[in-house]
Design a binder for this molecule. Structure first.
Ligand code: F6R
Length: 242
């Protein structure tokens, strides 16, 4: 595992975007696993800048997002499809048909999960999976549990997760109770994992995830088993790493 600590958010975002752009530059048909949430916004901004500067093209890239809320439409301003359009897709030359986000409004959610897994398998291995980290150690929406699920599945969101995400909604009761998420197996199958963690409020959980026991109580701890894990932290998030 390679942990890189940054003393400015800008440098961290630039490094994250540099890693992703580097993959696409060497492999224009790369398959990218993407994340949403507050953490990667600055990285997407830097990727857009690189695209605008003519340094990278996403024309032949295929993308798979980690997760989507159940029950809200793609056009809802808190859907993860909407987020990706706003922060990345609309600003670069990605081919819309090659961008994949689970459909949280599918009539048959189980069928949607299977369809998503099949689409990932058809695209081949993810070249990189970008991840943020939940305060409870979740990755994607794989919440702490006695058992974790390998493939794409429907999850009940933990109360802590709904509370953390309430900041994006008018009130907590508007935060969906369920989501579709890629499973830990799908995440761990990626060739490379890029975990990005920012802020003092994540210092304890990133220490536990990277240096504590590997346990389903902290799904991110499974990342310790991945042969190619790069972690970008700011000084505040990395302050408890030993
Ligand atoms: C987002 C996702 C989540 C977030 C995590 C951290 O697609 O899968 O696991 O990465 O909840 O969210 P932020 O970055 O908002 O702190």
């Amino acid at each position: 595992m390679n942990i890189l600590t940054f003393n400015s958010e800008e440098k961290l975002n630039e490094a994250g975007a540099g890693i992703i752009a580097g993959i696409v530059q060497t492999k224009p048909q790369a398959v990218l696993g993407l994340a949403t949430g507050g953490t990667p916004i600055g990285i997407y901004k830097q990727l857009v800048k690189k695209f605008e500067a003519g340094l990278v093209s996403f024309k032949d890239v295929t993308t798979f997002n980690l997760d989507e809320y159940v029950g809200i439409d793609a056009s809802h301003d808190q859907s993860y499809r909407y987020y990706m359009e706003q922060h990345l897709f609309q600003h670069v030359d990605v081919t819309p048909e090659r961008t994949h986000v689970p459909n949280g409004k599918a009539a048959d959610l189980q069928a949607e999960c299977s369809r998503y897994d099949e689409a990932i398998a058809e695209a081949g291995q993810l070249d990189i999976q970008l991840l943020g980290l939940g305060h409870n150690g979740h990755i994607g929406f794989n919440e702490p549990a006695e058992e974790l699920v390998s493939g794409t599945h429907v999850v009940e969101l933990a109360e802590a997760t709904r509370l953390a995400n309430a900041r994006f909604f008018a009130s907590e009761d508007q935060v969906p109770k369920q989501a579709i998420t890629m499973g830990v197996g799908s995440i761990l199958k990626a060739k490379m994992i890029l975990l990005v963690v920012k802020g003092a409020d994540k210092a304890d959980i990133v220490q536990r995830a990277l240096q504590g026991p590997v346990s389903t109580d902290c799904p991110a701890s499974l990342l310790q088993t991945h042969p190619s894990l790069t972690v970008l932290v700011d000084e505040a998030a990395g302050s408890k790493l030993v």
